[in-house]
Ligand binder design. Structure first.
Ligand code: FES
Length: 155
């Protein structure tokens, strides 16, 4: 099935449909300065098609827990006076690399070790006496020490 090409300038409804977000979300992003629109001669709001990529990046970043302030920092690094290139995106997002790597590592631990002792202090699993006898990891701080503590604690 062939699809109609996306016009270069989108109405707010077209933008919301293609981005998969409610119109209110577009208005919120715009009020936050994350995306931009302009007004045509009939005073209707229009979005450059390229704003779709910004909305997509915002949504994915929010889904993986990146705060809006950090998303804004990246988007603010992108040029507004010319089309954004792949190199611009890569350069703007470079500071996210370490943060995303850390999140990926934590998510991998969550996926793979949900059923194991995580050093949270609950001592509720059979494996706790092996990894966290008498909650000794609790002396190093709160929370799941085997996930968020030092590399030695995580071992
Ligand atoms: S899972 Fe909580 S201390 Fe082991």
């Amino acid at each position: 099935m062939s699809r109609k090409p996306i016009p270069s300038d989108l109405s707010v409804g077209q933008m919301a449909d293609r981005a998969g977000v409610p119109v209110s979300t577009l208005h919120f992003y715009e009020a936050e300065g994350l995306i931009r629109s302009w007004r045509n001669t009939a005073n209707h709001r229009r979005y450059d098609r390229r704003e779709l990529r910004r909305v997509a990046i915002i949504r994915v970043a929010q889904t993986v827990g990146v705060p809006l302030a950090e998303i804004r920092e990246v988007l603010d690094r992108l040029p507004r006076d010319r089309p954004v290139t792949a190199g611009d995106w890569a350069e703007a997002a470079a500071p996210w690399r370490d943060m995303l790597d850390a999140r990926i590592a934590l998510m991998t631990r969550l996926r793979d070790h949900m059923g194991h002792c995580i050093g949270c202090g609950c001592l509720s699993l059979d494996s706790c006496p092996l990894y966290n006898a008498e909650d000794r990891l609790g002396g190093r701080g709160p929370g799941p020490r085997r996930w968020t503590g030092s590399p030695e604690e995580r071992a």
